[in-house]
Design a protein around this ligand. Structure first.
Ligand code: SF4
Length: 383
């Protein structure tokens, strides 16, 4: 496993970020995969995916949100309040869901109360909840509003030529990640699901040129490595997960996570951005369309079909449908997935968990162990 990725995935201000800052360049964080990295990249700014990773408690987060809300944005605010995001020059909040939308107002208030907890540039980037011609236009206009605010604040200029270059570079990553995905879901994958997650997470915390270079190296090495055999093949679905430890816990039970349908996962890098035509329009279209997430109404059947296809492609033995407590989006949809996929003979397990410091590892491990045993028993009966 390339230690570079594991370091970037498990350290907020990693060595790449430190080096970037030491060169006098800016870092702008964002909370959700609807923000086009290419725009920040083309302006010479490092795009950085904000996470709640490593929060030790949620005392600050609870003060502004209250405790009865998803622990992911609470952990993000906790870290901001503790000054862990002091390296950010800007923060972009997108309304992925209402909990995440509230991070915008809670962070603004905390920023007034706790000096240095909020970056000087703070932008709320609206994202429609449907995909249609008029919503692409809406998102396109919102993207232009973002570009103009960013240009004003950072005294930078985004032009079509630079944007096209950035789009090409990020498409290169997406092609590499397609290769990576084939290896991950091979009959004997050369790396574990926890290693795969680190590779994906690192993409949101490293300069893209460096990321592509390391990713190529990782894929070349993986092709020469011995595969992992005789594990129960699992797909992880549901709420955001950027915690390598959670995947390790699942894999500890003789399992291997060979596929996912997560926003810190394949949903992040599937689908290219068109390279010809208006680059801002192409970005708006791709970023609004790509993330098949339950925040978008009316597309349940399509998302179910995506799970069926991934199950077949990666020869998945069972699906873990998890949601962070109070996440109604994934909690409700996971119930439907379980009902429909179990009927088709695909074993599913639904779990509710917390994000970050509140995770009850013992309880989770017991449930996962029982699920893996259920699949093994089924295999024995068939054999
Ligand atoms: S896990 Fe669910 S509630 Fe939490 S931020 Fe994501 S979509 Fe929102």
């Amino acid at each position: 496993m390339n230690d570079v990725f594991m370091h970037a995935a498990t350290t907020l201000e990693n060595d790449f970020v430190k080096k970037w800052k030491s060169e006098g360049k800016c870092v702008v964080g964002y909370t959700c995969s609807y923000v086009p990295d290419e725009i920040l990249h083309s302006a010479g700014i490092l795009p950085y995916r904000i996470r709640g990773y490593g929060a030790g408690d949620t005392a600050i987060g609870d003060t502004y949100f209250g405790p009865f809300i998803c622990s992911l944005p609470r952990c993000m605010l906790q870290l901001a309040g503790e000054g862990k995001f002091a390296f950010l020059d800007g923060a972009i909040i997108t309304p992925g869901c209402d909990s995440m939308r509230r991070l915008d107002e809670c962070w603004r208030k905390a920023g007034k109360d706790i000096p240095g907890s909020m970056p000087k540039f703070h932008f709320h980037y609206g994202v429609p909840h449907k995909y249609a011609d008029y919503t692409v236009k809406w998102f396109f206009d919102e993207t232009h509003r973002f570009i103009s605010e960013m240009e004003k604040h950072f005294s930078v200029k985004v032009d079509d030529g630079k944007l096209r270059y950035s789009i090409k570079l990020y498409n290169e990553s997406r092609k590499l990640l397609e290769e990576f995905e084939k290896l991950r879901s091979a009959d004997e994958p050369p790396f574990s699901g926890s290693e795969a997650l680190a590779v994906i997470i690192a993409g949101g915390a490293m300069p893209r040129e460096e990321y592509n270079r390391c990713l190529k190296e990782f894929i070349d090495n993986a092709r020469k490595s011995k595969g992992i055999a005789d594990r129960v093949r699992v797909m992880l679905v549901g709420s955001a997960n950027d915690d390598v430890e959670l995947v390790r816990l699942i894999e500890g039970s003789n399992a291997l996570v060979v596929a996912d349908n997560l926003c810190f996962g394949t949903r992040l890098y599937e689908d290219m951005v068109e390279e010809s035509g208006d680059p801002v329009f192409n970005l708006a279209k791709r970023y609004l369309a790509h993330n098949e997430c339950p925040r978008r109404y009316g597309d349940y059947r399509r998302r179910l079909e995506i799970l069926r296809q991934k199950t077949a492609r990666a020869k998945v033995d069972g699906i873990i449908l998890q949601n962070i407590r109070f996440c109604d989006l994934h909690g409700a949809e996971n119930g439907l997935f379980e009902r429909d996929l179990e009927k088709e003979g695909i074993p599913c397990m639904r779990i509710e968990r917390e994000y970050g410091p509140l995770v009850e590892k013992g309880r989770l491990k017991m449930r996962v162990d029982a699920f893996i045993e259920r699949i093994r028993q089924k295999r024995r009966e068939i054999a």
